[in-house]
Design a protein around this ligand. Sequence first.
Ligand code: GTB
Length: 212
Amino acid sequence: MTITITAFERSPDGGKGLARDTRVRWALEEVGQPYDVRLVSFRALKEPEHVALNPFGQIPTYEEGDLVLFETGSIVLHLAERHAGLFPSDANARARAISWMFAAVNSVEPPILELVNAKILEGDKPWTDERMPIVKDRVRSRLTQLSARLGSSEWLDGVFSAGDLLMVSVLLRLRASGLLDEFSNLAAYVARGEARPAYKRAFDAQLAINAR
Ligand code: GTB
């Protein structure tokens, strides 16, 4: 069955791969599923046709026959459950991989988004200079914990899983801030993710659209 995802017609990052369709593309590449992409303008995101797919009027969405999904965590989970390549076969290891998926989107991504919003959306506010160190320290605190757990391991729990795919995707958003480089094992972890052939294919596919 054909899989169709949505992505920005033109991503504001100009092809750095930071918009969330990249993580879905990456998951599709890891499990070897071909897919089509429907490009959506910012205006079209909020129109009824797209809101029927994603109630929040956002990308990415995922369509496969009658099935429509939104939220990248749920899309990656769906792909990991249906196809080999993103979950270990052992039931407990699989459950732990799901813990890492939730950790990525629920515990690590929120302070990172707070930092991004503080810079991009609120950077001109009079209280920014005072607030920024607090927001950065919240990110550092999570990275310290994650770094301690990862230690010198290659991936978070044995073999590469959907948990690593989401965690690396979330951490990539931090690169421009320099915070990732404060944690050499996390910087190396992210680089290992980016070096995966499936990631490269996903990155190149979004770049081909956004560099036009
Ligand atoms: N929780 C949802 C998920 O994981 O699927 C969040 C989806 C989401 O935030 N989508 C964003 C969106 O559609 C695009 S990815 N925004 C438009 C809107 O809300 O109207 C966020 C994003 C956007 C741009 C960059 N960038 O340019 O660097 C990076 C990330």
